[in-house]
Write a protein that binds this ligand. Structure first.
Ligand SMILES: NC(=O)c1ccc[n+]([C@@H]2O[C@H](COP(=O)([O-])OP(=O)(O)OC[C@H]3O[C@@H](n4cnc5c(N)ncnc54)[C@H](O)[C@@H]3O)[C@@H](O)[C@H]2O)c1
Ligand SMILES: [Zn+2]
Ligand SMILES: [Zn+2]
Length: 360
């Protein structure tokens, strides 16, 4: 079967791999769709360090084909979404109601027993987030699999496996944005557009979208932005002006660039909240002024996966989709075959899509 593989930094290929049968606690899923998230690109280009070669893809959906021993709560034929963070239920974070920080995942992309089910040229290789879902089939831990309503088209459903969950959750759960607030969103890709949708859902009064590209600002307006700012001028001044001169109640950084993290901080009001979602290069940092930070009383919060409890939040988001309150249809601006995966990555770099999706 075919899989999209980061062979080495900057080298992407669609290659034939073999897949071992599911072992205890594992599930074989025939993939239907995999979203192309900037985090996939970050593994490919080394922004986020992971051992290569690795099968890419961490935002996907499919149909259960086979269950390993001891798997309960799933049946062959179930429609499922894969979660890029598992919920083991046992680790410190799971038992302290922070399953989005569950440590049962594997940066090397190996299964919990330390081995892999995927072989390239006979050699075991990792699968991103224990999923590697840019592949025709995957074997994944059952603790990463959520059964969903069959009424939901699988390509739409895939998006809640990372981007939509992270963006909406950043608003509803990480920062608990209050109705009537002012919100500024820096970066309008798949995740930033989902922040905008979340801000609309919770009744933000003013939603300011910032991006370098006019097409992204058009998408932003569609998803609920009330104001847009082209990121080529004084972005901080523009956002402050739109928020009574003080700055926004909540700023969301969704590009992964330290310079934009600075902008998001400075465009927030005194006492406001700055939520960092974008993943920068692992060698980079951003600075907080030792005197100004405490004096201005802002809250800076890191956001992983929108603080999701995916067992609860995936079905909830998909219900909002069925109720036409969350727009997943317009999120998918282009689909690709697996052989077109290199084009899908080029288009991500070019900023062409709200979300590009590989249909398997
Ligand atoms: N924390 C998490 O749980 C989590 C989950 C998913 C993705 N991410 C990260 O979120 C970030 C966004 O992911 P995505 O898939 O939406 O990416 P994307 O490439 O689809 O979107 C990024 C957007 O930022 C815009 N941009 C680039 N430079 C800019 C600038 N200087 N000012 C304003 N806008 C600018 C681009 O035009 C693009 O529209 C990535 O860093 C990704 O790794 C984090
Ligand atoms: Zn992602
Ligand atoms: Zn856990």
């Amino acid at each position: 079967m075919k899989a999209v593989i980061a062979l080495e930094h900057g080298k992407l290929a669609v290659r034939d791999v073999t897949l071992d049968a599911p072992r205890a606690g594992e599930v074989l899923v025939r993939m239907a769709a995999a979203g192309v998230c900037q985090s996939d690109l970050s593994v490919l280009n080394g922004t986020v360090p992971m051992p290569l070669p690795m099968v890419l893809g961490h935002e996907g959906s499919g149909v259960v084909q086979q269950l390993g021993p001891g798997v309960s709560g799933l049946e062959v034929g179930d429609h499922v979404v894969l979660s890029f963070i598992p919920t083991c239920g046992d680790c410190h974070f799971c038992v302290h109601h922070e399953p989005h920080l569950c440590i049962a995942g594997s940066p090397a992309g190996l299964m919990p027993d330390g081995t892999s089910r995927v072989r390239l040229d006979g050699r075991e290789i990792g699968a991103m987030a224990m999923l590697g879902c840019m592949a025709e089939q995957v074997v994944v831990p059952a603790m990463s699999v959520q059964k969903i309503d069959r009424a939901i088209p699988l390509d739409r459903a895939a998006l809640v496996g990372c981007g939509v969950m992270t963006g909406v959750g950043a608003v509803t759960t990480t920062t608990c944005v209050k109705p009537g607030s002012t919100v500024a969103v820096f970066g309008c890709g798949g995740v930033g557009l989902s922040v905008i949708q979340g801000a609309r859902l919770v009744g933000a009064r003013r939603i300011i979208a910032i991006d370098m590209l006019d097409t992204k600002l058009d998408y932003a307006r569609h998803f609920g932005a009330t104001h847009t700012v082209r990121a080529d001028g004084d972005v901080v001044a523009a956002v402050r002006d739109l928020c009574g001169g003080w700055g926004a109640d909540y700023c969301f950084e969704v590009t992964g660039k330290p310079v934009v993290m600075d902008q998001a901080y400075n465009a927030s009001r005194r006492g406001g909240t700055v939520c960092m979602i974008g993943l920068g290069h692992y060698t980079e940092s951003f600075a907080l002024n030792a005197c100004g930070f405490p004096s201005d009383g802002r809250t800076v919060v890191g956001c992983m996966y929108g603080n999701a409890n995916f067992r609860v939040d995936m079905p909830n988001l998909l219900d909002l989709y069925l109720a036409r309150r969350l727009d997943l249809d317009a999120m998918i601006t282009r689909t690709y075959t697996i052989d077109e995966a290199p084009q899908a990555f080029d288009d991500l770099v070019g900023g062409l899509n709200a979300r590009g999706v590989i249909v398997l």
